[in-house]
Design a protein around this ligand. Structure first.
Ligand code: BTN
Length: 239
C-alpha cells in the first residue's frame, strides 16, 4: 500500500533526492515528507521554495513490467485534484501536471526515474503543495496556497493522507486500465484540443490551435504548419 511506510523528516535537501539515494532500502509505496527542504527542485531544475508550512513529499514506486513512469505522474496528479475536491477546491491540471486553482499554481509534480541495466527499477514522484506557507512576493500573481484559497489552516499531514487515500483508490482502479487513467487526466486538463493557445519555448512564443494532447507532447497547428512540442520544450502557456 502506498504510504504504509511514511518517513517524516524535519529538514532535508529534497525528498526526491532522499529517495533517489535510498530507493533500494525502502519498499514500494514508501513516502518521504519533509517540513523544510533546503534544495527543493522543480521541473527544468528550477529551485522550489520549500519553507515550513507547505507539503513537500515524494512517493517511491517500484513499477511492475511495462508500466511507464508517467502513469505514476498522472495517477498522483488526478489523485491530488480528487483530494482537493473533498476540500471543496475545484482544481484543474495545467499540462502536463501542474495543479491550478483560481487561476494560480497550487502544486507541482516532479517525477524522476532510476534505471538499472536499462530496466526501470524506481519511479519517484515528488509533490510540492503550498498549504500554510507564505508565497514569495514575486510569485504572488502566479502561485496560491490552500490557506489563501480557503482561509483555513489545514494540517499538512491530513492533506497528505487524503492524497494518499486517493492514490491507493486510483491505483486499484487504473493499474489494469492505464488508458482509462489517461482519459481522466485529459479531462482534468485546462488545455483542450481545438483551443487556441500561445506556447512559450526557450527561444520563441508560438501561437496556434491545439491539435493533439498527450502525456509527452502537444501538437500545435501554427501558421508554419504542424509542430509537436515536448514537455521539456514548453516553458509555459501565455494568454
Ligand atoms: C514543479 O512544478 O516544477 C515541480 C515541483 C516539485 C516540488 C516537489 S517538493 C517535494 C519534491 N522534492 C523536490 O525537490 N521537488 C519535489
Amino acid at each position: 500500500m502506498i504510504g504504509e511506510k511514511i518517513i517524516h523528516l524535519p529538514i532535508t535537501s529534497s525528498t526526491n533526492d532522499f529517495l533517489k539515494e535510498n530507493w533500494n532500502i525502502f519498499p514500494h509505496g514508501t513516502v518521504v515528507v519533509a517540513d523544510v527542504q533546503t534544495a527543493g527542485r522543480g521541473r527544468f531544475n528550477r529551485p522550489w521554495y520549500s519553507p515550513e508550512g507547505g507539503l513537500w513529499f515524494s512517493v517511491l514506486f517500484k513499477p511492475r513490467k511495462n508500466v511507464k513512469p508517467n502513469f505514476y505522474t498522472k495517477l498522483c496528479a488526478v489523485s491530488i485534484v480528487r483530494a482537493l475536491k473533498h476540500l471543496k477546491i475545484d482544481a484543474k491540471l495545467k499540462w502536463p501536471n501542474d495543479i491550478y486553482a483560481d487561476g494560480k499554481k497550487l502544486a507541482g509534480i516532479l517525477t524522476e526515474t532510476i534505471f538499472k541495466e536499462e530496466k526501470l527499477v524506481a519511479v519517484i514522484v515528488g509533490v510540492g503543495m503550498n498549504i500554510n506557507n507564505d508565497i514569495p512576493e514575486e510569485l504572488n500573481t502566479k502561485a496560491t496556497s490552500l490557506k489563501l484559497l480557503t482561509n483555513v489552516e489545514y494540517k499538512k499531514l491530513s492533506v497528505l493522507s487524503m492524497i494518499l487515500r486517493q492514490i491507493n483508490k486510483a491505483l486499484k482502479v487504473y493499474s489494469k486500465k492505464p488508458e482509462a487513467l489517461t482519459r481522466v487526466w485529459k479531462n482534468l486538463l485546462m488545455q483542450k484540443e481545438g483551443q487556441l493557445v500561445c506556447v512559450r519555448t526557450d527561444d520563441e512564443t508560438l501561437k496556434g490551435e491545439i491539435i493533439a494532447i498527450n502525456e509527452d507532447s502537444i501538437t500545435l497547428r501554427t501558421d508554419r504548419g504542424l509542430t509537436s512540442l515536448t514537455s521539456l520544450e514548453i516553458i509555459g502557456f501565455q494568454t
